[in-house]
Ligand binder design. Structure first.
Ligand SMILES: Nc1ncnc2c1ncn2[C@@H]1O[C@H](COP(=O)(O)OP(=O)(O)OP(=O)(O)O)[C@@H](O)[C@H]1O
Ligand SMILES: [Mg+2]
Length: 213
């Protein structure tokens, strides 16, 4: 759901070459989701920059919050998990995503400015629960880009104290160049560097999500 299409690129597709993206089925509820099968063992409904136009076109669509949920309804029974990659802003596309989701996983940089964005997101989640998706639950917070510098440790401690009453705090994902290298190579980290230590954290998250099912 991110018009930047980074995930689409990381999964080996060329976003600009795609005519059919997730936005096509959001705008036209009769159009089936454009699903690319078995990219590194998962299926992907891709995104590209034209998704930002969808955001504008949605202005005149009835019951627009539920449009992604509707688009997923036809395929959701075929999958164990559906991950929705959200855009960085809290606009319409994020609202559609949070309306379609059962759980939210919140990455949060171990940086003092990240607190502010998280507060906004938590308020949006509260509103979504109140008005459109009462079942939505926070599956956890994932501290990211963590370095062992003392400043990061202080921030992680503060984050944990403030957010632990809301949801589980996962182990921090360390800052590591392998993430950028994998992205540049258009591969998931687990494919690019199968023994990378950060994968244990990603596995911990996967197991945590599995327990919620
Ligand atoms: N733990 C990490 N250590 C180092 N670099 C990282 C780490 N996580 C992410 N990055 C770098 O930051 C980039 C963006 O990360 P990611 O895609 O996870 O975040 P995002 O906020 O969703 O970004 P985008 O707006 O591109 O979707 C990655 O391509 C990678 O180069
Ligand atoms: Mg992203």
């Amino acid at each position: 759901m991110d018009p930047q299409g980074s995930l689409t690129t990381f999964m080996g597709l060329e976003p600009y070459e795609l005519d059919n993206i997730v936005g096509s089925s959001i705008l036209d509820s009769e159009a089936p989701l454009a699903i690319h099968q078995n990219l590194y063992g998962v299926d992907l409904a891709p995104a590209n920059i034209t998704l930002s136009a969808v955001e504008l076109q949605l202005a005149s669509v009835m019951a627009r919050e539920a449009r992604l949920k509707l688009a997923l309804a036809g395929v959701k029974d075929s999958y164990d998990y559906i991950l929705i990659d959200c855009p960085p802003s809290l606009g319409v596309l994020s609202i559609l995503s949070l309306t379609a989701a059962n759980y939210v996983l919140i990455p949060i940089q171990t940086h003092f400015k990240a607190f502010k964005g998280t507060e906004l997101l938590l308020n949006t989640i509260k509103e979504i629960k109140k008005h459109v998706n009462p079942q939505l639950a926070i599956a956890g917070f994932i501290p990211t880009l963590f370095s062992n510098a003392s400043q990061d440790k202080v921030i992680l401690e503060a984050l944990s104290q403030q957010l632990a009453p809301i949801a589980r705090i996962y182990s921090p994902i360390p800052r590591a160049t392998a993430f950028a290298d994998a992205a540049m190579n258009r591969q998931p980290l687990a494919v690019y560097s199968a023994k990378h230590p950060s994968l244990t954290v990603l596995k911990e998250i996967a197991i945590g999500m599995d327990k919620l099912k």
